[in-house]
Design a protein around this ligand. Structure first.
Ligand SMILES: [Zn+2]
Length: 375
C-alpha cells in the first residue's frame, strides 16, 4: 500500500512522512477518525513507508525493494497485526494468530472495508469480536524479539477500543518503557472508548471525513458510477467511503423503488384507488426491512421534489432518473402539503416496523396521498 493509493488526507500523509524524515517515529501512534475513510490503509502505507529501503523523493515507498515486496504480499516478518476476534472454543484462549487467513482475506478486500466486512469474514455467530487479555502477552512476545528484515518492528492494532483491560495494561507498560525501534500503531473508529491511560500516552493523528467531491470522483473512477448518481451518493454518505460504496449496492434497489414511487404518485393523482390497492399489496410483499428502506426513499424523494420546486437546484442530490420524474412531479409538493406527506411517510414506516399489517398501513397511506396531492 502506497500513500498515493489512498485518496485524500494529504496533510496526514505529510505528517507521517515528516516523522520518518526527522527520524522521530513515535513508539505509540494512533490514527483516529470516523469509520470508512481509509485509516487502516493509511496505517499499512505508513508501515510500508517506514520499512521501505528506497523511499522515493515524492515521499512514497518504492514498491520494488524487498521490504515493499514483502509488504505487498502481506508477508513482512516485522509487521504484526492485532484485531478483534472471537473464541472458537469457550474453554480455551484464542489468539489473532489463528485468524490470519481471515485477516489476509479482509486486507485484500476493499481498501475501505470496515468492521461489518470483518464480521462477515470472521463469522463469529452471535459473539462480539474483541481483543482478549491473552493477546497482550502475544503482542509483547512478537515485538520483543529482534527484527528480521528491517530496523523497525511494527504492530498495527486495529480497533483498540475493543481491547480488554488486562491487554491494555500489558501494552501500557510497553508504551511507558518502550523497546527500541518498535512502533505500536493503533487505528481507531471510536477513540473515546479507548482506555484513557493508553489514549493519553499515544501520539495522535486525527483523520477527517472525506470531502464529497473526492468520494464522487472515486465512485466514478472505480465503479464507473454515472456522475450525477455519484454526486447524490457522495452527499448521502457524509464523508464515509464505506457508506458511499454501500449505497451503490442499494442502487439497484433504488431503481425499483423509483418505479414504485412513480406508480404511487401517478395513481394518487389519477385517484386510481384500484391501482393503489394493488400498489400497496405489492409493496407489502417486500420484506419488512426493505419496506422501511422504501419508505425512507419515498421521504427523500418528497424532500428532493420540494427543494426542486423552490428552485435551489444546487441543493438537490438526485440521480438522473430521479430528477427526470421529480422535475415534472415537483409542482405537486409545496409548502402546504410537504410536512404532512413526510409525516405520514414516517408514520407508515414506524407502524410497519412495529409489526402493523403492512397492506393496511400502505393502502391507508396511499389513499392519504390522493388528498395530499390536491392541497
Ligand atoms: Zn521499497
Amino acid at each position: 500500500m502506497r500513500f498515493t493509493d489512498i485518496p485524500g488526507h494529504e496533510s496526514v500523509k505529510d505528517r507521517l512522512r515528516a516523522m520518518v524524515a526527522a527520524d522521530r517515529i513515535p513508539h505509540a501512534l494512533l490514527l483516529e477518525g470516523p469509520e470508512g475513510i481509509g485509516k487502516l490503509a493509511m496505517a499499512r502505507a505508513f508501515a510500508q513507508y517506514v520499512h521501505c529501503q528506497n523511499r522515493t523523493p515524492e515521499g512514497e515507498p518504492c514498491g520494488e525493494c524487498q521490504a515493499c515486496r514483502l509488504h505487498e504480499s502481506n508477508n513482512h516478518p516485522d509487521l504484526f497485526y492485532a484485531f478483534p476476534i472471537f473464541k472458537r472454543k469457550s474453554d480455551s484462549e484464542s489468539y489473532c494468530e489463528e485468524f490470519l487467513d481471515e485477516w489476509h482475506e479482509f486486507l485484500s478486500s476493499d481498501m475501505y472495508a470496515d468492521f461489518d466486512t470483518w464480521v462477515r469474514i470472521l463469522n463469529p455467530g452471535t459473539k462480539q469480536p474483541i481483543i482478549y487479555n491473552s493477546e497482550g502477552n502475544a503482542i509483547l512476545r512478537k515485538v520483543s524479539v529482534k527484527s528480521y528484515a528491517s530496523r523497525y518492528k511494527i504492530m498495527i492494532m486495529w480497533l483498540p477500543e475493543k481491547m480488554k483491560e488486562e491487554c491494555a495494561n500489558r501494552l501500557l507498560k510497553m508504551i511507558e518503557e518502550p523497546y527500541d525501534d518498535t512502533l505500536l500503531l493503533f487505528v481507531s473508529n471510536n477513540p473515546q472508548d479507548i482506555l484513557p491511560t493508553i489514549y493519553s500516552r499515544v501520539q495522535r493523528v486525527k483523520m477527517k471525513r472525506l470531502p464529497g467531491e473526492l468520494i464522487e470522483r472515486y465512485l466514478v473512477d472505480r465503479y464507473a458510477t454515472e456522475p450525477q448518481t455519484a454526486k447524490a451518493m457522495a452527499h448521502m454518505a457524509e464523508g464515509s467511503m464505506t457508506a458511499a460504496v454501500g449505497l451503490l449496492d442499494v442502487e439497484t434497489d433504488n431503481v425499483e423503488f423509483l418505479d414504485y414511487y412513480r406508480k404511487l404518485m401517478r395513481q394518487a393523482y389519477m385517484r386510481d384507488v384500484r391501482g393503489l390497492k394493488i400498489w400497496s399489496e405489492e409493496v407489502a410483499d417486500f420484506k419488512r426491512e426493505r419496506c422501511g428502506s422504501f419508505l425512507e426513499f419515498l421521504a427523500r424523494m418528497i424532500r428532493e421534489s420540494f427543494i426542486y420546486n423552490l428552485g435551489n437546484r444546487e441543493l438537490n442530490y438526485m440521480t438522473r432518473e430521479e430528477e427526470a420524474f421529480n422535475s415534472k412531479f415537483c409542482p405537486f409538493v409545496n409548502e402546504r402539503n410537504v410536512s404532512a406527506i413526510i409525516n405520514e411517510t414516517d408514520r407508515a414506516a414506524l407502524d410497519i416496523s412495529r409489526n402493523a399489517n403492512a397492506k393496511i398501513v400502505l393502502f391507508d397511506y396511499a389513499i392519504k396521498m390522493i388528498v395530499a396531492l390536491r392541497m
